[in-house]
Write a protein that binds this ligand. Sequence first.
Ligand SMILES: [Zn+2]
Length: 440
Amino acid sequence: MLTKASLLLFSCCLIPSIALAEVSIEKQIVDQVNNQLGESQDLLEKLVNINSGTMNFAGVRQVGGILTNQFDSIGFITQWVDGNEFDRAGHLVATYESTKNPTAPKILMIGHLDTVFAENDDFQSVTDVGKNRLAGPGITDMKGGDVIIFAALQALHKLGMLEQLNIKVVMTGDEESSGRPLEKSKKALVDAAIWADIALGFEDADGDINTAVTARRGSVGWTLKSSGNAAHSSQIFTDAVGYGAIFELARILNDFREQLSDTPLLSFNPGIIAGGTRLSDRGSSIIESFGKRNVVAQTAIVKGGLRAVSPEQLVNTQSAMQQIVAQHLAKTDATLVFDEGYPPMQQTQGNVDLLALYSKVSVDLGYKPVSAVNPRNAGAADISFAADHVDMAIDGLGLMGTGGHTKDEVADMTTFAQNIQKTAVLLYRLSMFKKERQKN
Ligand SMILES: [Zn+2]
């Protein structure tokens, strides 16, 4: 983890009392957001109607291109980070550095251009399903969040307030299926986070406008392989033959469950399993096996995932799992390998303070307070790669709705205007904080 030389210090109190002049400025911001709402919704529909499944590189670039033009139009410096090195389309990075207010905190805003819907999916476009709801692939996850980012900045630009801010927007092209190695695919995001003091994520999180994410569990894949002596089944459990690969795998999985399943905020799931005389592993989700009822299994494999709330919990769990694996049944062997994964976004005081600030904005604008999501209900997301490098981070500020990652993905458009307003006002309030050097 990086420790930063700079830390945000709020000189008087976390939430400044809002003077009357500021109230009227904030009203102007809200009015500006509302005036451009039709334009914002048009942009959203245009983006959702372009397929940008992660592996449809042309589509991801097209969505990125439209947003690039938008950010160019409000004075950002834009860059397309090519994804060739990690076998993905690439990322959009848009930067605005204030010349008028260089001490303003540096804010990273995170979106993603890709969706889980492939080019040949039948869910491809926006439909009005009534009651202020729009269905569409990736509308909440997370083209809605992308447009919220842009629309908030556009409103501040029109009012001449963008000049008070230092902003970097990173919209990745591979959030739904990250390019590998992660060191390369997440570099643009991590570099931006190293630059930034504050990170804001615009995922739809748990779909509730009254919650935001201050902590997310990290996610890592694992593969467990076991081996045993192939022999006639009548000889199993003898000293010469032992227990076979499948009993060894079953022992390990059962011990994982018995010893670790009660650990708070930890979860691990064996998702696919196969065993027998021969296996052929066809990639991440297909394994073929051949075996006979009367032959002791020679080989077995299980692939799973694990979610942990902190790096410590991850390391402790990994070592407990390895200890379980090492206690082999007679005449068997097994190995457990972990993939590189998503780091956890840890609950920090900075994140809690930033959420309080955001919640205050919400209440001041006449909406409900915003509280923290239970980390168990927050999936892994790009902000996890940024959170360790900033003083404060929250996620889940995007367009709300239901049915993400399914053909029933529907956005609640009443949350669209609200969250653009809240984001724009939050940025305005953050622009008034001064960054001070921490003496150490
Ligand atoms: Zn997403």
